[in-house]
Design a protein around this ligand. Structure first.
Ligand SMILES: *[C@@H]1O[C@H](CO)[C@@H](O)[C@H](O)[C@H]1NC(C)=O
Ligand SMILES: *[C@@H]1O[C@H](CO)[C@@H](O)[C@H](O)[C@H]1NC(C)=O
Ligand SMILES: *[C@@H]1O[C@H](CO)[C@@H](O)[C@H](O)[C@H]1NC(C)=O
Ligand SMILES: *[C@@H]1O[C@H](CO)[C@@H](O)[C@H](O)[C@H]1NC(C)=O
Ligand SMILES: *[C@@H]1O[C@H](CO)[C@@H](O)[C@H](O)[C@H]1NC(C)=O
Ligand SMILES: *[C@@H]1O[C@H](CO)[C@@H](O)[C@H](O)[C@H]1NC(C)=O
Length: 399
């Protein structure tokens, strides 16, 4: 699937993962209680009653491959007949793609760096829920599309046995986005939080993804991605959740994260190779409940504006090289429940007052000026540093 068709639906949720493989075996299983006629190109087709399975082997280097399900089929002994959804020219053994609507699993083997790419796409609409997961290799995350898309399908998109893609129904540029510059429609918004896609990404994030202006979730955890986050991502102003942990992103955390991703509720960047300070733009993220910048090589001070993020429940800035003092009202933040500032270069006094809501705090591995009679009063503080006792019976961490 090209990036162009991805923007067609403005999928709000992107998951991607890569594995290294040679020839591949796909285990297809019908987890639905009803019969589904599985189809694959390459591969053919097979009737699968509830719980039935079918394995296909696919040659190395195969691209543009699809696996999908067909429903309400009837075939004669020669494998000729037809299906209500996903039909491929009336053949049980498909040689061509199916007719919409059908949910698609797509893959390409041995692409860049010998990586495999896979996704679930609603570019041809939806007929059956689907899950697509690696069973071996370094990528353990699967993807699924199991939302009740048929039940909630807008009337104009309803089709027997499924829910059509608006492009299939209207065939206009507004819905098909053939020009490459098009915006979301009410119908494409229908797929918000229901669809998902993966794409052919190599080592860096493709700048084209910045066109997915309706994207609400970006999930690119542990995907071997690196380089800087492209400037085009400033356009993703509807992002609410970003999980980009455990990659190798470099450069400063871009200012647009705070300036343009203003709807963010959760930002997880831990385990990357960023540099420089925490950008002051993060002060704009009033809806942020979770900010995880653990182990991302940050330097500079712990900015006092952090304490103005009134929705923040979880803040993890541990394992960086932050210096300076803890802002005096940090432990008084209205919503903050979990605070992790361990293993930095913080110094100075530790604020001696805290809200009861702050239930877990870890400040281990810094260089604070300690006042033990104060510290013991801090209820959330589990442990601080080796020379100082934890306030709870069993220390959970050491330095
Ligand atoms: C993956 O993307 C590259 C460009 O970034 C392109 O050359 C290649 O053909 C694409 N592969 C597939 C399977 O789409
Ligand atoms: C990002 O936000 C800044 C400041 O609000 C604005 O000037 C800029 O145009 C925005 N960029 C994009 C790509 O929307
Ligand atoms: C941490 O920051 C201090 C002050 O900027 C610097 O001297 C030190 O080398 C840094 N340590 C690491 C591990 O980067
Ligand atoms: C907290 O510390 C300040 C000085 O840093 C001190 O004036 C105040 O009495 C302390 N409060 C408590 C409850 O120990
Ligand atoms: C810890 O702080 C003290 C001053 O409070 C300073 O003398 C010392 O060098 C600091 N140690 C480190 C490792 O930064
Ligand atoms: C530690 O804090 C207590 C209570 O606020 C205060 O009485 C004491 O003087 C402080 N000790 C030092 C060394 O600052």
């Amino acid at each position: 699937m090209s990036l162009k068709s991805l923007s067609l639906f403005s999928f709000p949720f992107i998951a991607l993962c890569f594995t290294v493989a040679n020839a591949a075996t796909f285990n297809i299983r019908n987890n639905c209680p009803y019969t589904v006629w599985a189809a694959a190109v390459p591969g053919g087709g097979r009737q699968l009653d509830g719980g039935g399975t079918w394995d296909i082997n696919v040659n190395p280097g195969t691209t543009g491959a699809r696996i999908w399900g067909r429903t309400n089929c009837q075939f004669d002994g020669a494998g000729r007949g037809g299906c209500q959804t996903g039909d491929c020219g009336g053949l049980l053994q498909c040689q061509a793609y199916g007719a919409p609507p059908n949910t698609l699993a797509e893959f390409a083997l041995n692409q860049f760096n010998n990586l495999d790419f896979f996704d679930i796409s609603l570019v041809d609409g939806f007929n059956v829920p689907m899950e697509f997961s690696p069973t071996s290799g370094s990528c353990s995350r699967g993807i699924r599309c199991v939302a009740d898309i048929i039940g909630q399908c807008p009337n104009e998109l309803k089709a027997p046995g499924g829910c059509n893609n608006p492009c299939t129904v209207y065939k206009t540029d507004q819905y098909c986005c053939n020009s490459g510059t098009c915006s979301a429609t009410d119908l494409s918004r229908f797929f918000k939080e229901r669809g998902l896609a993966v794409n052919n990404f190599s080592g860096t994030l493709p700048p084209e993804l910045g066109k997915l202006v309706n994207l609400e979730q970006l999930d690119i955890e542990s995907c071997g991605l690196g380089g800087e986050i492209p400037l085009t991502f400033a356009n993703l102003e509807n992002l609410q959740k970003v999980r980009a942990s455990d990659n190798a992103f470099t450069g400063k955390i871009p200012d647009f994260v705070g300036n343009n991703w203003t709807k963010l509720t959760s930002l997880r960047f831990e385990g990357n190779s960023f540099e420089g300070p925490i950008p002051s733009s993060l002060a704009n993220l009033a809806s942020l409940t979770s900010l995880i910048l653990r182990n991302v090589l940050l330097t500079g001070i712990l900015p006092s504006y952090i304490t103005e993020l009134h929705s923040l429940k979880r803040l993890d800035l541990s394992f960086n090289n932050l210096t300076g003092t803890i802002p005096s009202d940090m432990f008084m933040m209205g919503s903050l429940k979990y605070l992790f500032l361990g293993n930095n270069g913080l110094s100075g006094p530790i604020p001696n007052r805290t809200r009861e809501i702050l239930i877990t705090m870890n400040l281990v591995g810094n260089n604070f000026t300690l006042n033990s009679s104060n510290i013991r009063l801090l209820p959330g503080l589990e442990c601080l540093q080796r020379s100082f006792p934890c306030s709870r019976a069993a220390p959970r961490c050491t330095s």
